[in-house]
Design a protein around this ligand. Structure first.
Ligand code: UDP
Length: 475
C-alpha cells in the first residue's frame, strides 16, 4: 500500500510593503535586510515614485541586490501618475496612503500571485488592506507599525477616553488638562501630548478621530505585529497592549537600524529620499568633543519663516556650534535660506540640505539633538546616547517627546513653543547646566538598546522567533 508522502514545504517568500514615506521605508528596509541575511526570499514593494528616489540617491541599493540574491525590489503604482502634480512624501502623503488603501488591493494581489508570496509584512498605516488577501491565499499577515508602542497604545485607548468624556478635546480646552484614563500612562499625558490626530479631533472633527481609531484597530487583526522598539524601553506599555490583545503575537525587534548594524558588524546601507551632503562629516571632524547641537526636523515637517527665524536666533544666542539640516522643500519664503547661510559664521554653524543622520548622530562631536521627535530619529539618538531637545510637529511626535522628557529623562520638550529665549535656555541646560544628568540617563538607555539587539537580548531573540514563525507557517 502506498503511504501518503508529507507535503513538501516550499521555501518562504516574504513580501514587505511600507507606506511610501521616509520614516516607514527606512525601518522596513532594515527589517528586509535582516530577513535576507537569514537567506529567505524577500520582495520589497515600493511605489514607483519612491523607488526612483531610492535608486537616484543611494548607490548602495544596487549593492544590496548583489549581496543578497534572494532580495528583490518590485514597484506598484500609487495612482498619482502625473510626476508634476505628485503629492510627494511630505505633508500630502495622506493622499497617497488613501489611494493605495482604496485601490491598491488588486495590485497587491498580482504581486502575491506572481511572486508566490507566503507571508505578508504590511505597514499598519494601510489598516485592513491586506486582511482579505491573506485569507484568500491562506498566508500569514504581519502588521508593521513604525510608531512607538506608546503612540499605538494611545490610539487604541481612544474609545475608552471617549467613553470617559476625556476626548474629544473641546474647542476652548486647556491643553494642559491631564489625561487620566490611559492604563500604563495615568496622569502622565496632557492634552497637548496626545498624538496630533487626536489633538485635532475637536468635537466637530469626530470623523477624523473615528477613522484613525478604526485603522488602528483593523491593523491589529493580523496574525502578528512587529514594533520597532525594545522591551526595556516600553515595558509597561507593551504589557498593556499584550493584556488587551492576548491573541496577537507581538515582536519587538528594535532599534532596527542598530539591530542590523550589530548583525552585519558594519553600518547599514542608506535609503534616503534626498542626496546626502557629506561635507558635514568633514566639518564635524574639526569640532571638539560633544560640542555641536545637531538640528534636524525629519523628512515631512514644514516650518513657517518666523519659526525658522526663532530657531536660528536661539541657536546663535546659545553660542554653541550647530549643524542644521534644512531640506530644500522645507522653506517656502524666498531668500530666507540664503539669509540664514550668510548670517551664520562658519565657525559657529553649518546649514545643509540633508545628512547621513545615523553617521552624524554617532559622531563624537555631537552633544545634543534638536529634533522633531520622529520615532526613527528618537531611536537613532538614544542608541548613540545623544540627549534631545524636542520640538514635535505632528502624529506620534507629541507623545514621543513627552516620553523623552518625563519617562526616559533624556532631554527636554519644547512642545508648542517656538521662542528664541526658550531654545537658548534649553540648549544651555542640555549642553552645560544639566549636561551630566542628561548624559548619564542617555548612556544608560543606550546600553539597554545595545543589549536588546546583542546575542540573547530581547529584540535578538524576538527576531529569531519571527524567522521561526515565518518558516513554520509558510504553506
Ligand atoms: N534622515 C536622514 N537624513 C536627514 C534627515 C532624516 O537620514 O537629513 C533619516 C533619519 O535618520 C530617519 C528618517 O530619515 O531614519 C526620518 O524618520 P523619522 O521617523 O525620524 O521622521 P519623519 O521623517 O518620518 O518625520
Amino acid at each position: 500500500m502506498e503511504t501518503e508522502q508529507p507535503k513538501q514545504k516550499s521555501s518562504p517568500h516574504v513580501l514587505i510593503f511600507p507606506c511610501p514615506a521616509q520614516g516607514h521605508v527606512n525601518p522596513m528596509l532594515k527589517l528586509a535586510e535582516l530577513i535576507a541575511i537569514q537567506n529567505l526570499h524577500i520582495t520589497f514593494l515600493n511605489t514607483k515614485y519612491i523607488h526612483n528616489r531610492l535608486i537616484q540617491f543611494n548607490d548602495d541599493i544596487q549593492d544590496l541586490l548583489e549581496c543578497y540574491p534572494k532580495l528583490q525590489f518590485k514597484t506598484i503604482s500609487d495612482f498619482h501618475d502625473d510626476e508634476e502634480k505628485h503629492p510627494g512624501f511630505g505633508e500630502k502623503i495622506g493622499d497617497v496612503v488613501v489611494a493605495l488603501t482604496l485601490y491598491g488591493k488588486p495590485l497587491l494581489r498580482d504581486v502575491i500571485v506572481s511572486e508566490k508570496i507566503s507571508c505578508l509584512i504590511v505597514d499598519g498605516i494601510f489598516g485592513d488592506l491586506a486582511i482579505d488577501l491573506a485569507h484568500e491565499f491562506g498566508i500569514q499577515l504581519i502588521t508593521f507599525r513604525t510608531v512607538s508602542a506608546c503612540c499605538l497604545w494611545a490610539y487604541l485607548c481612544v474609545p475608552k477616553l471617549i467613553q470617559c468624556n476625556e476626548l474629544p478635546i473641546r474647542g476652548d480646552e486647556d491643553m494642559d488638562r491631564i489625561i487620566r484614563n490611559m492604563p500604563g500612562m495615568e496622569n502622565l499625558l496632557r492634552c497637548r501630548d496626545l498624538p496630533s490626530f487626536k489633538r485635532l479631533a475637536k468635537e466637530n472633527e469626530h470623523i477624523a478621530l473615528d477613522h484613525v481609531v478604526f485603522q488602528n484597530q483593523q491593523s491589529l487583526k493580523a496574525n502578528a505585529l512587529i514594533l520597532n522598539t525594545f522591551e526595556d524601553l516600553e515595558a509597561p506599555i507593551l504589557s498593556q497592549i499584550r493584556l488587551h490583545f492576548p491573541k496577537l503575537i507581538i515582536y519587538t525587534l528594535g532599534p532596527l537600524h542598530h539591530h542590523l548594524n550589530t548583525t552585519k558588524k558594519t553600518s547599514s546601507s542608506s535609503s534616503s529620499f534626498f542626496k546626502a551632503d557629506r561635507t558635514c562629516m568633514t566639518w564635524l571632524e574639526s569640532q571638539p568633543l560633544k560640542s555641536v547641537v545637531y538640528v534636524n526636523f525629519g523628512s515631512i515637517t514644514s516650518m513657517k519663516g518666523e519659526e525658522i527665524i526663532e530657531i536660528w536666533h536661539g541657536l546663535l544666542n546659545s553660542k554653541k556650534q550647530f549643524l542644521w539640516v534644512i531640506r530644500p522643500n522645507m522653506v517656502q519664503e524666498k531668500g530666507l535660506l540664503k539669509e540664514l547661510e550668510e548670517g551664520t559664521s562658519k565657525e559657529q554653524g553649518l546649514i545643509v540640505g540633508w545628512v547621513p543622520q545615523e553617521e552624524v548622530l554617532s559622531h563624537k562631536a555631537i552633544g545634543a539633538f534638536l529634533t522633531h521627535s520622529g520615532w526613527n530619529s528618537t531611536l537613532e539618538s538614544l542608541v548613540y546616547g545623544v540627549p534631545m531637545i524636542c520640538w514635535p510637529y505632528f502624529s506620534d511626535q507629541q507623545i514621543n517627546s513627552r516620553f523623552v522628557s518625563e519617562v526616559w529623562k533624556i532631554g527636554l520638550d519644547m512642545k508648542d513653543v517656538c521662542d528664541r529665549k526658550v531654545l537658548e535656555n534649553m540648549v544651555n541646560d542640555v549642553m552645560v547646566n544639566r549636561k551630566e544628568e542628561f548624559l548619564k540617563s542617555a548612556m544608560e538607555i543606550a546600553k539597554l538598546a545595545c543589549k536588546s539587539v546583542s546575542c540573547d537580548g530581547s529584540s535578538y531573540n524576538n527576531f529569531r522567533d519571527l524567522i521561526e514563525y515565518i518558516r513554520s507557517t509558510s504553506p
